[in-house]
Design a protein around this ligand. Structure first.
Ligand SMILES: *Cc1c(COP(=O)(O)O)cnc(C)c1O
Length: 462
């Protein structure tokens, strides 16, 4: 593949924009080489400025769940562009998207739209503190909630890749009320609440984590989270910016039938336009200005283009069988990768739920009986419960890699080799071991089979 034009555009970008990118996750730092520069998207494919085509499993890091140029989204946007792109005044579109989300996410009674997932997390934490009058928040190591100062500690995503858990510029003061706990660790959670429960305003958690690779919260962990927060009066915030409409038909909370107090959303609900949202119990949400006193505002919040793209996307997604067929394709990809890896003698752990999946390359097989697929593991001497997230096919599980510590022990060099081999063969995968693959409705079963076949070649070349 020729990447001459990508190379020259990226070289220029580095003179104009720090590191040549507007978000560090795009920089290919973790896999070596340079990013390809995209010209356009077409259904399931990305086309770069050298004319190379890639089957895309990144989907703008989640949002493009219908693929590129879906007719429903294009037509909604065309109509709205002619009507006006921002008013700073109420529109009916905001009600429409609110109704779709409230109708599909059982825990959300009222919702506020913002411009990004970062804003959603920041606002939800402020609201929880305002509502409870408490200061401390609990965050899990390896979870990512955007670049909010108080949450930018032991964060996943590009923060994890770059090994910068505490960014310069984040003051000790802004994280002093953030308690950091290991993910999926019920004992530490219980101990923390026994000691400090009455000071804790909120727990923010990715119920299915997607920013240390895909790591599924165990049922035990999630139920315990609901239990300890309810007992202590802390607000449980599910950060579903990534897992919303992906881990389940409407997200992880809906799939696991756990009712958080607040939920943050983003990515998919904007259909590829900048958006975020937070919502939940009406008695909490009514504390937001101007209904209540907790300040939160935005010039472009509820932007009509973002609303129109979000409405078209969710209406399409929520039609019968769409989620099922997305999940079926992702399960097929996960199982195919596993079979090919086994045949090539490469130890991997694959976590998959809904349209999310990560292929973890292990340094060492975890032992003969469970060389490729570990469904129950011993961690700190205790047995980690297998997640109820297991799909009917049995390919989704939480064992083996359960938290940041176990994820970080992966063979990132081997992942980089796999990534580069697939890119050169026309497959666009996440440029880090600690990110998630996404399925879109534009990818066909045949394309999934082709991906598996080519992955087999690359496994054997590693
Ligand atoms: C992407 C993400 C965010 C941040 O969203 P932005 O729109 O990038 O600000 C927050 N939380 C989770 C779980 C995410 O995956």
């Amino acid at each position: 593949m020729n990447h001459a034009r990508s190379h020259s555009v990226f070289a220029e970008a580095q003179t104009l924009i720090p590191g040549g990118v507007n978000s560090p996750a795009r920089a290919f730092g973790a896999v070596g080489g340079e990013p390809v520069v995209i010209q356009r998207g077409e259904g399931a494919y990305l086309i770069d400025i050298d004319g190379n085509r890639y089957l895309d499993y990144v989907q703008s890091w989640g949002p493009m769940i219908l693929g590129y140029g879906h007719p429903a989204v294009v037509s909604a946007l065309q109509t709205q562009i002619l009507n006006g792109t921002s008013f700073g005044a109420p529109t009916e579109l905001e009600n429409e998207l609110a109704k779709i989300i409230i109708g599909s996410v059982p825990s959300i009674e009222k919702i506020r739209f913002v411009n990004s997932g970062t804003e959603a997390a920041m606002s939800a934490v402020r609201l929880a503190r305002g509502f409870t009058g408490r200061t401390k928040i609990v965050k899990f190591i390896g979870n990512y909630h955007g670049h909010v100062d108080s949450l930018l500690v032991a964060a996943g995503s590009s923060a994890a890749t770059l090994g910068v858990p505490n960014s310069p510029g984040v003051t000790p003061g802004s994280v002093q009320d953030t308690l950091l706990l290991p993910y999926n660790d019920v004992e530490t959670l219980k101990k923390t609440f026994a000691a400090a429960g009455k000071d804790i305003a909120a727990v923010i958690v990715e119920p299915v984590a997607g920013n240390m690779g895909c790591v599924i919260g165990s049922s035990n962990f999630l139920y315990e989270l609901r239990h300890v927060t309810q007992e202590s009066g802390a607000i449980l915030i599910f950060d579903e910016v990534l897992s919303g409409y992906r881990a389940g038909k409407a997200g992880a909370g809906q799939r696991f039938s756990i009712t958080p107090d607040l939920t943050t959303l983003g990515k998919v609900i904007g259909g590829g336009l900048p958006v975020g949202a937070y919502g939940g119990r009406a008695d909490i949400m009514d504390n937001v200005l101007p209904a209540g006193k907790v300040f939160q505002a935005g010039t472009l919040s509820g932007n009509p283009l973002a609303m129109a793209a979000g409405i078209a996307t969710l209406q399409t997604l929520l039609q019968p069988n769409v989620f099922m067929s997305l999940e079926r394709n992702m399960t097929m990809l996960a199982e195919g990768f596993e079979d090919e890896a086994r045949a090539a003698g490469i130890p991997v752990h694959i976590a998959q739920i809904g349209s999310m999946m990560t292929l973890f390359f292990l340094k060492e097989p975890h032992g003969d009986a469970a060389k490729y697929r570990i469904e129950d593991v011993s961690l700190n001497g205790g047995k980690v419960e297998r997640s109820t997230a297991t799909s009917s096919s049995g390919s989704a599980f939480a064992g083996g890699i359960t938290d940041w510590q176990t994820a970080a022990a992966c063979n990132t060099e081997r992942y980089a080799g796999f990534f580069r081999g697939m890119l050169e063969r026309g497959f666009y995968f996440p440029c880090s071991q600690f990110e998630t693959f996404f399925m879109s409705t534009a990818v066909t079963a045949d394309e999934v089979r082709q991906t598996i076949k080519v992955a087999g070649e690359v496994f054997r070349s590693l």
